[in-house]
Structures are given as C-alpha cells and as structure tokens.
Design a protein around this ligand. Structure first.
Ligand code: LHQ
Length: 267
C-alpha cells in the first residue's frame, strides 16, 4: 500500500488507490461489450495486479451505465476462429485468472450484465451491485449456450432449476431479486456506488492478505472436491497460514487487546 497510480488504456482503465486496484471496462457506448482487445487487456491487467505489491484487492467494474453486455456482436462475423477456439483464447483464460488470482476480486456490477458479462459479474469472489444493475443470462436469445463459467457459477448460487429457468427464458434479474437469490452480497445506491465499493474494498485490503489468499484457494478447491479432500487441504493450508507473520500479529494483537495490523511494507 505504498503508492497510488493511474494508467489509462483505450479499453481498460486501471487505478490503484489505498491498496485497491480498480479495473474499469471502458467501452461505454456499447455497454462495455467485449471484444478480443478488451478481454486480453483485462486478463493482462489482472495478472499485473496480482504481482503488484501495492495491490491487495481488485475491483472489476464498467464505465458508463453498463457493466458488460457480453460478446460484442458486431465483432463476431467474419472470424476465422471457431466458437471453441474463441472461448479458449479469450474468455476462459480471463475467468480462470479471476478465480485463481491470489488476491480478492470484487465484481462491482454498476449496470446491466448480459451474456458473458453476466458470467464476469458472477466470477468475482465478492459481488457488489448498484441498485439499477441487472443480470441477464441472455445467451438463449441468440440460441447459444451460457459460457465463460455461467453454467458453473449460477447453479451453485441459485440451484439447478432456477439456473435453468434464468438461462432458458433469459429473464432479467434486478438487484432486489439478486440479493434474495444470493447473486450478490450487497446492493448500494447508484449515486454512492463507487464510493461504497471502494470503502468495502479497503476493508478487505486491511485483512490478512496471506490468509485470504489461502482461504480463496481452499474454498475454490472445496467447491469441486469431497469432504475428505477439503479436510486434508485445510490441514495443509493451515500450516502455511500458521507459519506466516500475520498469524503471530493476530495472536499478539489479541493478547495486547489492540487491533491487528496486517499491512506491512514487506508484503
Ligand atoms: C452492443 C451489445 C453487444 C454490440 C449492447 N454487442 N453492441 C458469444 C459469441 C461468441 C463467443 C463467445 O461467447 C459469446 C458469449 C456472449 O456473450 S453471447 C451474448 C451477447 N450479448 C448479447 O446478446 C446482449 C446484446 N445486448 C442487449 O440485448 C441489450 O443491449 C441489453 C439487454 C444488454 C441492454 O439493453 P438496453 O439497456 O436497452 O441498451 P441498448 O440495447 O440500447 O444498447 C446500448 C448500445 O450498446 C446500443 O448501441 P447504439 O449504437 O444503438 O446506441 C447497442 O447496440 C450496444 N450494445 N450490447 N453485445
């Protein structure tokens, strides 16, 4: 948490403040619909944030009134790639990068999230929505199947049948229903959304980074494994957490009846 920085790129804006890196999809005229440049830049920016010691938390959000309207449909005709090749080259590395990133990623859904944009909204470790945000598993409107992780994320959050219904009917979910269904953790007013998200992210940034990295790894592994595997994984990762200075600091702070300081220059 040593310096603040801003870098500007045509399709992804990056700003780091108080340990929080905000990556903003920046094609507002198209509701941040994704072309290859946007997807590859976003993945590259995430990888940069992962190794930047000034970054402890990453926010993904959109410029303008949309979060992400999915694949840019004006950018798909005349491609010399198959759908499979396209997904494997762009969307899938992005989703894998988010889920394996060794720092918390917040999907800050400021507006409509449709198609692969809905998948991106679901892929964050934490999902914060603006009141006017909505999510549409819109793929079936153009007779495609949900991709970019939606088939994995959505049924885990809302159950099989609700996921199937949302996908089959391409029904839009507003923020009130999203909160009830568990598609997001918090909804904030549009007017204060960016500030609320930053404040939330700064709370996360003050938490023990190593413990959160290991927690993310454990939870992601547990989602696909057995109880036995989870117990073994917890025992192994607990050793890594327990051997880290953060643990000493947490215990010492408890004994000294003070707040722990989990942010150190050497991190
Ligand atoms: C757009 C888009 C867009 C281009 C809004 N593209 N311009 C697919 C294929 C290949 C491989 C990989 O995976 C995928 C996965 C997918 O993501 S498939 C799903 C693709 N996305 C869609 O089908 C969504 C299309 N957009 C919409 O249905 C609406 O725009 C939504 C419901 C998102 C928002 O509606 P409104 O709030 O009424 O906004 P709008 O429709 O007026 O859009 C504003 C502008 O953005 C407009 O441009 P214009 O020049 O007329 O102002 C749209 O054309 C443009 N835009 N989405 N995906």
């Amino acid at each position: 948490m040593t310096h603040d920085s801003v870098t500007q790129d045509s399709v992804i804006l990056s700003q780091t403040r108080a340990g929080v890196c905000t990556l903003t999809l920046n094609r507002p005229d198209k509701l941040n619909a994704a072309n290859d440049e946007l997807l590859l830049s976003l993945t590259a920016e995430l990888k940069k944030a992962e190794v930047d010691p000034a970054v402890r938390v990453v926010i993904l959000t959109g410029a303008g009134r949309g979060f992400c309207a999915g694949q840019d449909l004006s950018d798909v005709s005349g491609r010399d790639m198959t759908f499979t090749e396209h997904l494997n080259a762009t969307y899938n590395p992005l989703i894998r990068t988010i889920r394996t990133l060794e720092k918390p990623v917040i999907s800050a859904v400021n507006g409509v999230a449709a198609g692969a944009g809905a998948s991106l909204a679901l892929a964050g470790d934490i999902r914060l929505w603006a009141q006017s945000a909505r999510l549409i598993e819109i793929f079936s409107n153009i007779a495609l199947v949900p991709d970019s992780g939606s088939t994995w994320f959505l049924p885990r959050l809302v159950g099989y049948s609700r996921a199937f219904e949302l996908m089959a009917l391409a029904e839009r979910v507003d923020s009130t229903d999203a909160l009830k269904m568990g598609l997001c953790e918090h909804v904030f007013p549009d007017e204060t959304f960016a500030d609320e998200v930053q404040a939330y992210a700064e709370r996360l940034a003050a938490r023990p980074a190593n413990a959160l990295k290991l927690t993310k790894q454990a939870l992601n592994d547990a989602l696909t494994g057995t109880l036995d595997e989870a117990l073994d994984q917890e025992a192994a990762l607990q050793q890594l957490a327990g051997d880290h200075w953060e643990h000493q600091e947490g215990v010492t702070a408890f004994k000294e009846k003070r707040a722990p300081n989990f942010v150190r220059a050497e991190d």
